[in-house]
Design a protein around this ligand. Structure first.
Ligand SMILES: NC(=O)c1ccc[n+]([C@@H]2O[C@H](COP(=O)([O-])OP(=O)(O)OC[C@H]3O[C@@H](n4cnc5c(N)ncnc54)[C@H](OP(=O)(O)O)[C@@H]3O)[C@@H](O)[C@H]2O)c1
Length: 253
């Protein structure tokens, strides 16, 4: 199947590592041009170099919590590659912790980067994308099922899914799609950090894997291929969806 990604242009935030990088890699491998962003120059520059250098990929240092980031990234895509066909919004996860323990400061910081940063980028993209454009959100299984010990994620992600669904209905008539991905236990730095919070990371990982129907963590490549498909013209009739990428871990239908 041809995904139709050749020379299409995407912005991928949080694209220097983890799930964002995995998605950007697959987009680039299918011939797309990508702007990858993150807060660390060395990481986004290395990612861009690996994906083909200045003609195919560009790293931009930008924090999703910064109100200027959305316009900077979209303008960079148009200036450098002459077009914009889609965005994928990934960002570092909020701090782990129990509902009773999280402070106002932690909620506000997470809201700025995880929630408002995503809303701003999606809103700007919706205003500037044309027919065939796509807006993707990397969310979490916590959209459907609260995860013990991740109170802020459990609080913010379902709201973002509601925003995405609302936006999908608004921009659908213009031929723009909006999709959400719900990863769970994809083997990235984030998941390794969460596992290390439980005194024995190997035991934590084994315990999680035992509760996943496929009995293992997902690879970033498995997530990246799913994201690249959803962002591609091959997925042209998919919008307003939330797709778990979790080896069957969610219990709901
Ligand atoms: N992996 C999973 O199975 C899983 C499961 C559920 C939910 N999620 C969620 O999916 C998202 C991506 O997960 P991941 O596993 O890829 O995490 P990760 O390995 O921690 O990578 C996060 C990426 O986002 C960048 N980033 C962090 N804060 C940023 C900010 N404020 N602005 C711009 N870029 C930022 C990081 O680069 P810099 O640090 O250089 O900025 C890094 O490239 C997270 O929100 C995570 O909570 C992941």
């Amino acid at each position: 199947m041809d995904l139709g990604l050749k020379d299409r242009v995407y912005v991928v935030t949080g694209g220097g590592r983890g799930l964002g990088l995995a998605a950007a890699r697959e987009l680039a491998a299918e011939g797309a041009k990508v702007v990858v962003s993150g807060r660390t120059a060395a990481t986004v520059d290395a990612a861009a170099a690996e994906m083909g250098g200045p003609e195919r990929a560009l790293g931009v240092v930008a924090d999703n919590a910064d109100p200027a980031t959305a316009e900077t990234l979209l303008a960079t895509a148009r200036t450098r590659f002459g077009a914009l066909d889609g965005v994928l919004i990934s960002v570092g996860g909020p701090p782990a912790g129990a509902a009773a323990d999280m402070t106002d400061e932690q909620w506000l910081a997470a809201f700025q980067s995880v929630f408002l940063g995503a809303v701003r980028l999606a809103r700007s993209a919706a205003a500037s994308l044309g027919e065939g454009g796509v807006i993707g959100f990397v969310l979490s299984g916590s959209v459907r099922e609260p995860i013990p010990g991740l109170a802020i994620s459990n609080g913010l992600r379902p709201g973002l899914a509601g925003f995405a669904k609302t936006l999908a209905a608004e921009v659908g008539p213009r031929g723009i799609r909006v999709v959400c991905l719900l990863p769970a236990r994809i083997d990235t730095d984030r998941v390794r950090e969460l596992d290390s919070l439980a005194g024995d990371p190997d035991a934590a990982r084994a315990g999680h894997a035992a509760r996943i129907p496929l009995r293992r963590y997902g690879t970033p490549e498995e997530f990246g291929r799913t994201a690249a498909f959803l962002l591609s013209p091959a997925a042209s009739y998919l919008t307003g969806i939330v797709l778990p990428v979790d080896g069957g871990a969610l219990h709901s239908l």
